[in-house]
Design a protein around this ligand. Sequence first.
Ligand code: ADP
Ligand code: ADP
Length: 237
Amino acid sequence: MALITLTDVVKEYPSPKRRAPAIRAVDGVSLSIEKGDIYGVIGYSGAGKSTMVRLINALEPTTSGSIHVDGVDITKLPETKLRSVRAGIGMIFQQFNLFNSRNVAGNVAYPLRVAKTPKAEREKRIAELLEFVGLSEKARAFPDQLSGGQKQRVGIARALATNPSILLADESTSALDPQTTADVLQLLKKANEELGVTIIVITHEMDVVKEIASHVAVMEHGKVVEQGEVFDIFANP
Ligand code: ADP
Ligand code: ADP
């Protein structure tokens, strides 16, 4: 059974203009993502990629259709049960979204504090995570003292802190130069291989998908227009 299955998913936003039709950000998407996969979602700006990610993370209600995560239809769950769904999903972002007032260790500690992890266990986990992302020496540095690639490593450590089974990476390398992008993608691959985390990589860059993903969905105007193995979709003539 797939880890994540979307069936006929629609998300509409009310039009900003009165009487104009609603905006269909996601327009009847069906796809399934296997456990352990690195799944790319590619498309131009406005295609509906970020909206789809927010639906998978249950950050917004779905207009219609179903989204099964680990066998449970999250579109049918009450808000109180969604907290545990979200706890199983880590997110990383284009602009890193770090707390500038907290140092590296404090940023990684954040989800552990939310989960009320006891202090001794929290410190041990922070040390492990910083080692995993190669930032042990930077534990006490503040975000404005870090390069973009280092900031994203902190973002990855924070996203992995609570051992999520799914990692959602939304344009996570779009603010980085090519070499740093390659390093961050290698780190995501390592998380996939060593921790078994299933990763969804949202991007507008075909090279990112080719580098890291095994499967891909191509989105246009809210619809998936192609999906399959990266090798088949991007086969060179
Ligand atoms: P992508 O991530 O592929 O760039 P988005 O999911 O951000 O695409 O946006 C898809 C469409 O939905 C766009 O037309 C966008 O303007 C619209 N949209 C996204 N979020 C909202 C929102 N909160 N309210 C209204 N329209 C939105
Ligand atoms: P607390 O603030 O109660 O010590 P946190 O779990 O929030 O606990 O940890 C964040 C703070 O703890 C950081 O500001 C940092 O100074 C320190 N810290 C935690 N783990 C480490 C670590 N592995 N290396 C260095 N400092 C750490």
